[in-house]
Design a protein around this ligand. Structure first.
Ligand code: URA
Length: 276
């Protein structure tokens, strides 16, 4: 007996399928050749217009892709811009206006930070994921819930800790940020650390550790070790530990993460005044 043809999905089912498959960010109707010279459209064909960026979940226009400055110019601009921020609020405002990083145009919103700016301990992850992008807050998805449970084991919560990422915009589809994107965002997180001025800086996972602590060693070697983080005005004690997303995939490492957290709690105690 001949089988019935599959029913043709409607648009809603198709979008639900894309979301399920992890495709949650549509950049354009058609693929764009970013290497093509925009002035050299083939005869008879107009150069492709700049397309609006849309998240599939909302299917709402959010931003337009602008020509980003060359990476070196963007890094120089980021350094110059971040350096001038006198406060965290000013830094957030400058980042909102900063156009040197293309990730801004595919993200729904800036994910600046969460927690207490006067906290004695600051945690820094890599980059926001889908939930963070939608809420505009770092570590609110599954790995964020685990981070909350991890810091609770040493008596901390978001009123006693400050949380941010090296990259403040979600890379599309959660791809790894490029080295250029990381270098462009670096001056902003460096200035953020300087302004928060915590007693202890905790880098979560390899990318954050390697970027902020200037090491090429992997997290298996760096975790649990103390580093010096020099803001230029003060040397802050820094500890690397596993990223909670990694611990969700490899729960057997939770024991080591717990040891790292114990060391952080002890260092906070030794440094004197109670956590704010
Ligand atoms: N992973 C990160 O590194 N940061 C977040 O904010 C969420 C997940």
């Amino acid at each position: 007996m001949a089988s019935l043809p599959d029913p043709v999905p409607n648009v809603q089912q198709l979008l639900a399928f894309y979301l399920e498959a992890g495709v949650d960010c549509a950049l354009a109707e058609e693929p764009v050749d970013h290497l093509a010279d925009p002035d050299a459209a083939p005869p008879g064909r107009e150069a492709a217009p700049v397309q609006p960026v849309r998240t599939i979940a909302a299917m709402l226009p959010t931003a337009r892709i602008e020509a980003a400055p060359a990476p070196e110019a963007a890094i120089a601009l980021a350094r110059e811009t971040a350096r001038t921020a006198p406060t965290l609020e000013a830094l957030r405002g400058l980042l909102e206006k900063f156009d040197g990083c293309a990730l801004k145009h595919t993200a729904t919103r800036l994910v600046f930070a969460d927690g207490n700016p006067n906290a004695r301990v600051m945690f820094v992850g890599e980059a926001p994921g889908r939930e963070e992008d939608l809420e505009g807050l770092p570590f609110v998805g599954r790995s964020g819930k685990l981070l909350d449970r991890m810091i609770a084991t040493i008596g901390l919560d978001r009123s006693k800790a400050y949380i941010a990422n090296v990259i403040p915009w979600r890379p599309p589809g959660n791809r790894t940020p490029t080295p250029q994107e990381t270098q462009i965002c670096l001056p902003f997180i460096q200035r953020q650390i300087e302004l928060v001025n915590p007693d202890i800086l905790v880098t979560l996972g390899n990318p954050s550790t390697q970027t902020l602590l200037s090491t090429r060693e992997g997290i298996m070697r760096t975790r649990g070790r103390w580093f010096d983080y020099d803001t230029g005005t003060r040397v802050i004690r820094a500890m690397a530990t596993f990223h909670p997303a990694y611990l969700l995939r490899s729960p057997s490492y939770k024991r080591m993460a717990w040891q790292d957290l114990r060391a952080i709690a002890k260092a906070l105690e030794q440094a004197g005044s109670p956590s704010s």
